[in-house]
Design a protein around this ligand. Sequence first.
Ligand code: COA
Ligand code: ZN
Length: 309
Amino acid sequence: MKDSVIINEVGLRDGLQNQPKHVSTDDKARMAELLVAAGLKYIEPVSFVSPKAVPQMADAAELTRRLPQRDDLHYTALIPNLRGYQLARDNGYRTVGLVLSTTDTFNQRNLNMSLAQAIDSCRSIIEAARADGVATRTYISGAFACPYDGTTPVDVTLDLTRQMIDAGSDEIAIADTIGAGNPQQMKDIMAPLIQQYGAEKFFIHLHDTRGLASALAWAACDLGVRKFDASVGGLGGCPFAPGATGNVATEDLVYLFESVGLHTGIDIQALREVIALASRATERALGGKIIRWMESQEARGRPCDLTSG
Ligand code: COA
Ligand code: ZN
C-alpha cells in the first residue's frame, strides 16, 4: 500500500477564530461540505470556548449539527477547560483537542490559568475523557516559541509532552503556534519523542508566519511523522498569540507530500472552491503558494501539472 499522510483541516476553527469579519454558520457548513468533497476526512470544525472570548466560535453546537456525517469522517473539537470538554462530549465529539501552552504567560492569556493550573486542568480532562471513552489529543502550544517569552527550550516541550502522555493523552500535537520554529528545533524535539513513543502518537501543527512551515513539515515527515494540521487557503491566526499569521496552507502540504509519493487523498483542484468561498466569507485574499503557481500557469495558458519533477 502506498505510504500515506493524514491532513487534519483546522481552517474552520484555527482559521476563522481570529477573523475580523463574522462568518455565518451557513458559509461554515458549506465550507465543511466542500472540504469533505475535496477528500478531507479529518476536520476540526469548532472549539467550545467562551463566546465572549472568541465570538467566531459561538455557533459551535449549531455548526456541529450541520456537518456532513459519514463513518470515515473524523471530527475533533478544541477545548480550553473541563466545561468545554463537557460541551464537546455532549455535542457528540469522540475526539477532543486540549491546549497546554509552554509558559505561564501564554497559559494565562489563553486560558486564564497558570502553567501549573493548566497541567492540572489537562489531567482532569484526560481522566474524564478516558472514563467516557473519548480520545484526547493534547496540543503543546508554543512548543517552539512563546509569543510573550521567546524561544521555548526543547526540554520544556519534551517535559510537558511526557507529562501529558503519562497522564493518558492518546495523541500529542506539537504546535508552532506563532510560526517561529526552525527545522533543527523540529528534529531536536521530535527525534527523542519518536524514539521513546513512536511516530504514530504525534501530530504537527504549523503556522507559516516566517515561511518555514513546509520546511518544518518536511523535517517531521522525514523522521516518520504522518499527521499534520493545516488550514485551507492558509487561513488563520490566534487572538491570544500576537504576531501569529495563518496556518500552513492545506494545499501546500498536499502538494509537498504528494510530490514525494505520500498519498493524502485530497484533491487540490477541488480545494480551490473552498478557498474561493473562504475568501469571499472573510473578505481576504487566500491561497497557498501552489495556488499562486496554478493561477500563473493558467494565466499563461499552460497546464497545471501537479506532479512535480
Ligand atoms: N465554553 C463556553 N463558555 C465557557 C467555557 C467554555 N468552555 N468556559 C467558561 N465559559 C464561560 C463561563 O460560563 C462564564 O460565562 P458567564 O460570564 O456568562 O458567566 C465565562 O465563560 C467565564 O468563565 P470562567 O470559568 O471564569 O472563565 P475565564 O473568564 O477564566 O475564561 C476561558 C477562561 C478559557 C473560558 C476563556 O478565556 C476562553 O474561552 N478562551 C478561549 C481560548 C481560545 O480559544 N484560544 C484559542 C485556541 S487555543
Ligand atoms: Zn494554530
